[in-house]
Design a protein around this ligand. Structure first.
Ligand SMILES: C[S@@+](CC[C@H](N)C(=O)[O-])C[C@H]1O[C@@H](n2cnc3c(N)ncnc32)[C@H](O)[C@@H]1O
Length: 261
């Protein structure tokens, strides 16, 4: 999507978005106050941000295989860790939101599509040490750097899977009884996003939470987000512009909320 179009989309989002005062759903209102707008500084934020700083200074070069849409910065096959970090990792604001969502919902099983250097994985795994986080990454060398980070942070509840989502996701899902939380953060194209969504949906339950990254990143992602919202199993959706959050709770009326964040 062209930069100008993205800015226009963002301005429309800002005009339409509402905070807790404009939301009439008690479920969304509570979630905004308890979690989404929670400004508490958790100790682990500092630890993970220290690691981000270390990675941002690393000139180590790793081979990256371009497996999907996702980087508008640099598609070359060898990149420095600092370049990958600046173009791929979720910013503290959104990574910490993932932490708070996991902390709030306490999912037992978390799946992440797109580990990269492991920043968002670290936040989600640290939010609930009792949960098991399975994170998939297609670039072997990038996944290796993430593994070192998980060891430094002493995160023991992460299982890494290296491979193309298209090839490894069915096998990963086969071994999972129930998916409680999924973060879709790789291969930002319409058809693959919808395919991964429907595959994960098979293992979702009423209490599952799905989070989609960059729902306005491209026209394809906007179309994918529209289809996801319209899926018959989806009830409440929250549009935070850079993230879309999906709920399946049957007691909730189907509604999309454009939330200022
Ligand atoms: C935006 S990055 C993930 C960032 C990470 N979640 C974070 O916030 O720290 C997306 C990652 O998904 C991986 N990826 C994209 N398409 C893939 C595919 N089809 N199979 C496996 N990995 C893929 C890329 O290699 C990249 O590392």
């Amino acid at each position: 999507m062209k930069k100008l179009q993205l800015i226009c989309n963002y301005l429309i989002y800002r005009l339409k978005s509402k905070n807790e005062h404009g939301v009439h759903s008690p479920f969304v209102y509570d979630l905004l106050l308890s979690t989404i707008y929670n400004k508490k500084n958790f100790y682990v934020y500092l630890q993970i941000e220290k690691l981000r700083t270390t990675l941002s200074l690393s000139n180590q070069k790793v081979v990256c295989v371009d497996l999907g849409a996702g980087s508008k910065v640099n598609n070359s096959s060898k990149k420095s860790v600092q370049t990958i970090l600046s173009s791929a990792a979720k910013s503290p604001k959104y990574a910490q939101l993932l932490f708070r969502l996991v902390n709030h919902f306490q999912p037992a099983t978390i799946l992440e599509l797109g580990t990269s250097l492991g920043i968002s994985s670290a936040y989600m795994a640290a939010a609930n040490s009792k949960s098991k986080l399975i994170t998939i990454e297609g670039c072997e060398e990038v996944a290796k750097v993430a593994k070192e980070s998980f060891q430094k942070l002493e995160l023991k509840n992460i299982e890494q899977v290296v491979g193309n989502f298209d090839e490894v996701l069915p096998g990963v899902l086969k071994n999972i009884n129930q998916l409680d939380f999924v973060f879709f953060d790789g291969n930002h194209r319409k058809a693959p996003t919808l395919k991964y969504f429907s595959q994960c949906l098979e293992k979702a339950n009423e209490k599952s939470v799905f989070v989609f990254d960059d729902i306005y990143w491209s026209t394809e992602m906007k179309e994918a987000w529209e289809e996801i919202k319209n899926n018959e199993k989806v009830t409440v959706t929250l549009d935070l512009f850079f993230l879309g959050i999906v709920f399946f709770r049957k007691e909730q009326v189907k509604q999309n909320f454009i939330i200022r964040y």
